[in-house]
Design a protein around this ligand. Structure first.
Ligand code: GDP
Ligand code: MG
Length: 166
């Protein structure tokens, strides 16, 4: 058995970068299909020995500033409801924003399980944002860099107990 991981977070925190790292080239076929919605991208993820389904809340990029809050909530809810575990990304270089707080609240109420990660944590620019992430009340954050592949071992350790349940 396998589990489904939804990568959620506001635009620009690095969701798709992480999705691509976990899914690699296996996405191509899915994306090439005409008429496939791109609001939620789904792929086969791998991390170490684990195999799982990954969902990227991808449709946020096309939202205008005005449509963003409602659209982000709706898309995130759809992803959460498909997921066994949510990986909630914030941008460690920016810190916790009001939008992050809104999404954090939604996840706390709705998600079966949340793993919090401060992305873009490579180097020192992400240190403050990483510590800020504790204030979301979603447990201990992971410090990761989707772009540089940092913290993937910690992510694996966080996902291992999930995998054991499925
Ligand atoms: P999304 O909107 O949440 O899907 O974010 P993207 O994956 O499109 O990334 C937004 C921007 O952040 C892009 O310019 C990425 O190259 C950059 N980015 C993603 N991950 C990292 C990271 O770990 N470190 C840094 N410095 N930049 C990153
Ligand atoms: Mg994206």
């Amino acid at each position: 058995m396998s589990f489904t991981l939804a990568i959620v977070g506001r635009p620009n925190v690095g969701k798709s970068t992480l999705f691509n790292r976990l899914v690699g080239k296996r996405l191509a076929l899915v994306d090439d299909q005409p008429g496939v919605t791109r609001d939620l991208r789904e792929g086969s993820g791998r991390l170490g020995p684990l195999r799982f389904t990954v969902i990227d809340t991808a449709g946020l990029e096309e939202a205008t500033d005005e449509s963003l809050p409602g659209r982000m909530r709706a898309l995130t809810e759809r992803a959460v409801d498909m997921a066994d575990v949510c990986l909630f990304l914030i941008d460690a270089r920016v810190g916790v924003t009001p939008t992050d707080r809104i999404l954090g609240e939604l996840l706390r109420k709705r998600a079966p399980q949340v793993i919090l990660a401060a992305n873009k944590a490579e180097g020192r620019k992400g240190e403050q944002g990483f510590y800020d992430a504790y204030e979301l009340g979603l447990g201990e954050p992971l410090a990761i860099s989707a772009e540089h592949g940092i913290g993937m071992d910690d992510l694996l350790r966080a996902l291992e107990p999930v995998a054991e349940r499925f």
